[in-house]
Design a protein around this ligand. Structure first.
Ligand code: UD1
Length: 364
């Protein structure tokens, strides 16, 4: 007899989403098991999140590692199929928009196993972004779709998805943020001392920003200009470090005012973000976390799949354009930047809603 729900994670942004879901399933109870695809494998990109967030040890790790999109996706599919056969769950639950999400959803759907997608319906409308392809396709083959913002339903309905399958539950990543805010490692501990006049946090890893030497060089030059006024703390993604070295841009990471560090754990990052004057990022998750924390966020992308962070939250889109970034930075220095409000249902109870709805669905 298989478990009720086989849950899948693979990459860093998945871990903070699955943590409250596994906890809510244990509470309800729903009999769930966890599969880790191994898309992210460094201790700093994976293990530390399991430890800090108390995520149950994965039942199995597929250990697929890094490769091209095609190879990585195919490797996950090949490795996941026998696990799915063995476990024969009633449903497979996937979160977010990474390659592990679409790979496992596709295997399940082809085998007639219902797919549950948490964080459905987000759209950047930019098909050059690999995550956008993953989102559109995962939603198309999902049976139950849980959304983080109301707007997501319009996107799904436009794509022909039956609204009866869609449930607005709120944001599980914000469940994790609320649950751990008191445990966050204060910035002064991570940095040795807290810069008296404040600091900015920078994260950068989107292929559109880091895989093009011209764009990456211009972004790092803009960050250097910012660092002349406000220290910039930069936990660097392995992809970005590798790209900077490949393009001979390593010296631009060492400039005065830039505090480069390896990827940090969840509780360290939460503390750094909470205490920051400003965040500069191309991450999806940080756009939401800064909104939840009321910290101004400059998003170094032309679009966002999370529009509520702009309409209600603290987020401003600048793309990689130096003039726009510096103008927005000047506004933050002048008046503290954009103030927002907390979006609907970002209240720490999204996973509880998912578990309640899912229990009903499994029992029906
Ligand atoms: C992936 C996700 C992206 C997410 C990001 C968060 C896809 C398509 N992309 O991008 O949506 O925002 O994770 O981090 O799924 N690497 C390591 N150690 C690791 C993992 C990766 O060194 O533990 C390096 C490898 O050189 C690898 C590169 O990072 O080739 C990229 O990793 P990959 O998982 O392919 O994509 P990310 O850029 O991390």
């Amino acid at each position: 007899m298989g478990c009720e729900v086989l849950c899948v994670v693979g990459a860093r942004p998945n871990f903070m989403k699955i943590a409250p879901i596994m906890a809510a399933f244990a509470e309800r109870p729903i009999d769930a098991r966890l599969v880790h695809t191994g898309q992210h494998y460094d201790a700093s990109m994976s293990d530390s999140f399991f430890e800090q967030l108390g995520i149950p040890r994965p039942h199995v790790n597929l250990e697929v590692g890094s490769s091209t999109h095609a190879v990585q996706t195919a490797d996950i599919m090949r490795a996941f199929e026998p696990v799915l056969d063995q476990e024969s769950p009633r449903a497979v639950l996937v979160v977010g928009d990474v390659n592990s999400t679409i790979a496992c959803a596709l295997v399940a759907a082809k085998k007639g196993v219902p797919v549950i997608h948490v964080e459905a319906g987000l759209r950047s409308f930019d098909r050059r972004m690999p995550e956008e392809i993953n989102r559109v396709l995962t939603d198309q083959i999902s049976d139950l779709l849980f959304t983080t913002e109301r707007h997501a339903l319009d996107n799904l309905v436009r794509e022909g998805i039956d609204p009866a399958r869609v449930h607005f539950v709120g944001n599980v990543m914000i469940d994790t943020l609320r649950r751990n805010l008191e445990r966050a490692v204060p910035a002064e501990r991570t940095l040795g001392e807290r810069p008296a006049a404040g600091y900015a946090v920078l994260t950068l890893h989107r292929p559109s920003n880091v895989d093009d030497p011209g764009i990456l060089a211009a972004l790092l030059d803009t960050v250097t200009t910012i660092a002349e006024r406000l220290p910039v703390v930069f936990p660097i993604h392995p992809r970005t470090r590798a790209a900077a070295e490949r393009f001979g841009l390593g010296d631009r990471l060492q400039r005065p005012g830039i505090r480069l560090m390896p990827p940090v754990g969840y509780l360290e990052m939460l503390g750094l973000t909470r205490d920051a004057t400003l965040v500069l990022t191309d991450s999806g998750g940080l756009q939401e976390e800064t909104t939840a924390l009321g910290v101004p966020c400059i998003t170094l992308r032309e679009n966002t799949e999370r529009p509520v962070t702009m309409t209600e939250g603290t987020n401003t889109l600048t793309g990689p354009d130096p003039d726009k970034i510096l103008q927005c930075f000047a506004e933050v220095l002048a008046d503290g930047g954009k103030r927002g409000r907390i979006p609907e249902f970002w209240d720490g109870r999204a996973a509880e809603r998912i578990a309640g709805l899912l229990r009903g669905w499994l029992d029906a």
